[in-house]
Design a protein around this ligand. Structure first.
Ligand code: CP
Length: 311
C-alpha cells in the first residue's frame, strides 16, 4: 500500500490488518514513555488547507511517537498565500525528500491529484465533501472494541445508523464504503434536503424515520451539521432539526443499553446531539479521539514500511 486516499481502496483483509496493528499501537498510548523507533529517519509533512483539531494533532502525535520528523504546513504562512499552485508547492516539498504527505483540502479529489505529482506517500486527511478514510478506520476501531465488549466482536450483521448532514459529509462516504467492505448493515437517516442526489446508488438503506432506525441499532453515528458548507436554508430552524434528527435526551433514554453513540467531532451540542447523549455512558466520542492516534500510527506504519518486528 503506497497511498491511503479512499476506503474504497481497502480490502477487508487490509482494513483488518490496519485495525489489528492499531490495537498494538493503542497500548503505546498508556505507556509512561510513548516512543517507538519504527519511523526513525522518515519525514512526514502535514498539509492542512482547512481547519482541524483532531486529525492534524493526532497525525502529528502519531508521527512523533513513532520517531518520525513531522512538519506542519498550512496555506497561511506558506507560499500558497502568495499564489503558488498546490502542484508547485507539492513538487517543492517533494524535492526536499519528504516521505509522506498528510493532506486536508477543501476541494474533493485534491489528495488523489497530489498523489499523481509526488514520489512520497499521500494520506487523505479529509477532502471537501468526498472522503475522510482515517476517520472511518478509527470509527471501525472504536466499533470493533465496542462489539467485543457487547457481542461477538464481528462487523457482519451489525446495524450501524448514520444520521444527519449526509450531503456535506466526507465521513459518511468513507464509513459507508468501509462498513460495506466489513459486512455491517448501514442505515442512513437525513432530511430530504441533506441527502446526496446519488445516495440510492450507495447500496445502503435510507430512511427519514430516525426513531424506527434507532430501535434496533447496534451503534448510532451522529454527523455534524456543516453550516460552513451550507449556502441556503436546508432546514427551517436548528430547534426543529434537533427535534426531528437530533439525538435528544428523550431518544437517548429509548436506546438499547448496548447501543454505542459515535460522533466524529466537532459536535454542535443541542443541534445534532444533546449534551446528555454526548456525555452519556454509551458515548464513544472520546474513545474515537483516542483511537485516532492509534489508527493513524498504524496507517503510517503500513505506508512507510515499518517491517515486521519493528514496532
Ligand atoms: N473529525 C475530524 O476530522 O475532526 P477535525 O476537523 O478536528 O480534524
Amino acid at each position: 500500500m503506497r497511498h491511503l486516499l479512499s476506503t474504497a481502496d481497502l480490502s477487508s483483509a487490509e482494513a483488518t490488518a490496519i485495525l489489528d496493528v492499531a490495537e498494538e499501537m493503542h497500548d503505546v498510548q498508556s505507556r509512561p514513555v510513548k516512543k517507538l523507533p519504527t519511523l526513525r529517519g522518515k519525514t512526514i509533512v502535514n498539509m492542512f488547507f482547512e481547519d482541524s483539531t483532531r486529525t492534524r494533532t493526532s497525525f502529528e502525535i502519531a508521527g512523533k511517537w513513532m520517531s518520525a520528523d513531522t512538519i506542519n504546513v498550512s496555506a497561511k504562512g506558506s507560499s500558497v498565500s502568495k499564489g503558488e499552485s498546490m502542484r508547485d508547492t507539492m513538487l517543492t516539498l517533494d524535492a526536499m525528500g519528504v516521505d509522506c504527505f498528510v493532506i486536508r483540502h477543501p476541494s474533493s479529489g485534491a489528495p488523489r491529484q497530489a498523489a499523481g505529482w509526488v514520489t512520497a506517500s499521500v494520506i487523505n486527511a479529509g477532502d471537501g465533501q468526498h472522503e475522510h478514510p482515517t476517520q472511518a478506520l478509527l470509527d471501525a476501531f472504536t466499533l470493533r472494541r465496542h462489539f467485543r465488549e457487547t457481542a461477538d466482536g464481528e462487523f457482519a450483521g451489525k446495524r450501524l445508523v448514520i444520521v444527519g448532514d449526509l450531503l456535506h459529509s466526507r465521513v459518511v462516504r468513507s464509513n459507508v464504503l468501509l462498513q460495506r467492505t466489513l459486512d455491517a448493515q448501514v442505515t442512513l437517516v437525513a432530511p430530504p434536503t441533506l441527502l446526496p442526489t446519488d445516495v440510492e446508488t450507495w447500496g445502503v438503506r435510507v430512511t427519514q424515520d430516525f426513531d424506527a432506525a434507532l430501535a434496533d441499532a447496534d451503534a448510532v453515528m451522529m454527523l455534524r451539521v456543516q453550516r460552513e458548507r451550507m449556502s441556503g436554508g436546508f432546514f427551517p430552524t436548528a430547534r426543529e432539526y434537533a427535534e426531528n434528527y437530533g439525538l435528544t435526551a428523550e431518544r437517548l433514554h429509548r436506546l438499547r443499553p448496548t447501543t454505542a453513540i459515535l460522533h466524529p467531532g466537532p459536535m454542535n451540542r443541542g443541534v445534532e446531539i444533546s449534551s446528555e447523549a454526548a456525555d452519556a455512558t454509551a458515548s464513544r466520542v472520546l474513545d474515537q479521539v483516542s483511537a485516532g492516534v492509534a489508527v493513524r500510527m498504524s496507517v503510517l506504519y503500513h505506508l512507510l514500511g515499518g517491517g515486521e518486528g519493528n514496532r
